[in-house]
Design a protein. Structure first.
Length: 364
């Protein structure tokens, strides 16, 4: 099977037109055109949390790392243990600078002859430039693979059932991946990846077969009472699950432990990497000055709203706000050390009045 960089290209508008014909309503997020919904956000949310949803994630960044030194090089750049991976395995990690401030979070997948980095949209130039700045004598090549592949995602409790109807099996461990095909339609990479707190998988599909793949998958999803899912429904599920997103809860001033990534994205035994000393020091000698928490709101509040304690001091900020069919208005945000007390009530500062009650994550 060819690697991710050895496929044809398809104009982006072909993919957009195909989804638009199926009811997609597009909006811009971080400079990218994204399917916001397909006309019924509540139905899409129910499918995502109760049955199965098909999500187009082709707007995400995808970087292929080639060359004989690719594993050693990436292992020295990210927070998790890439050197310990075998072909067919993967991990979640953070890319940080020398001060341990995040440049991106990402998934790393070990293929036979290349590594694949999957990360949030709008970060391709940042991630590529950050990595290239540390290539000295390494035999490493970085190639943008996103024009060659579309990224589709099946998310929801019935993911195994949909795969079974297509003659496929979800790879056993998280981030494990296999090369396979959809009804002989095309070759794909199938990855075990739960993105929104339920069972799920990603499928990298060559763009020349993207339309056929969507048609096959959409038919199988409909057979399990599912549907196409847009950005807005996935954001509700993500916030409910308490999962941070780069560009919202995480940015270039974030230390990975502030976003709660200690157990998911950091290896404390792998040895040296850029920013390792500071992250190890945080673990050994103290805590971070702020942390990721959930908030239950008494009304809609804007992203970026400051939260005040009883002394009228700003101690928190809202980073993602959604209206959950289960919980009403909820949010993710940051809070200063010493104020992370479940049930503590904060007052919203301008532009809107309201209250936010700190909640443990995930929301229950």
């Amino acid at each position: 099977m060819r690697g991710l960089t050895n496929y044809d290209l398809m104009p982006d508008d072909s993919l957009t037109d195909f989804l638009a014909q199926r009811g997609a309503r597009f909006g811009v997020v971080a400079g990218e055109s994204v399917a916001q919904n397909y006309g019924d956000i509540k139905a899409e949310y129910r499918a995502l949390t109760e049955t199965i949803g098909l999500v187009d994630l082709s707007f995400r960044g995808c970087l292929a790392v080639l060359g004989d030194d690719r594993v050693k090089f990436i292992n020295g750049q990210v927070t998790n243990d890439v050197a310990g991976l075998k072909p067919g395995q993967g991990c979640y990690a953070a890319l940080v600078n020398a001060k341990a401030k995040m440049q991106s979070d990402l998934h790393v997948y070990m293929l036979d002859d290349e590594l694949i980095l999957d990360f949030e949209f709008g970060l391709l130039d940042t991630v590529k430039a950050r990595l290239e700045s540390h290539v000295v004598a390494d035999q490493v090549e970085l190639v943008d693979a996103s024009p060659h592949f579309g990224l589709l995602s099946l998310q929801g409790p019935k993911t195994p059932d949909v795969l079974a109807s297509l003659g496929l099996v979800l790879p056993g461990e998280l981030f494990a991946h296999i090369k396979t095909s959809i009804d002989d339609c095309c070759e794909i990479y199938l990855i075990n990846n739960s993105r929104y707190g339920t069972s799920g998988c990603d499928l990298y599909v060559p763009v020349e077969y993207w339309v056929n793949a969507v048609e096959h998958l959409a038919k199988a999803v409909k057979g399990q009472s599912g549907c196409l899912i847009g950005w807005q429904a996935t954001e509700i599920a993500r916030v409910e699950a308490g999962l941070p997103r780069f560009g919202a809860e995480m940015d270039h001033n974030t230390l990975p432990p502030e976003a709660g990534l200690e157990t998911r994205a950091i290896s404390y035994t792998k040895g040296c990497y850029i920013g390792q000393e500071i992250i190890a020091r945080i673990r050994t000698y103290g805590r971070v000055n702020r942390s990721l928490v959930g908030y239950r709101l008494d009304s809609e509040l804007a992203v970026g709203t400051d939260l005040l304690d009883d002394n009228r001091m700003v101690v928190g900020k809202l980073t993602s706000v959604v209206h959950s069919p289960k919980w009403g208005w909820i949010a993710l945000g940051l809070v200063k050390r010493g104020s992370e007390i479940s049930g503590k009530v904060f007052t919203a500062r301008k532009p809107a009045q309201g209250q936010a009650v700190l909640s443990e994550l995930p929301f229950k």
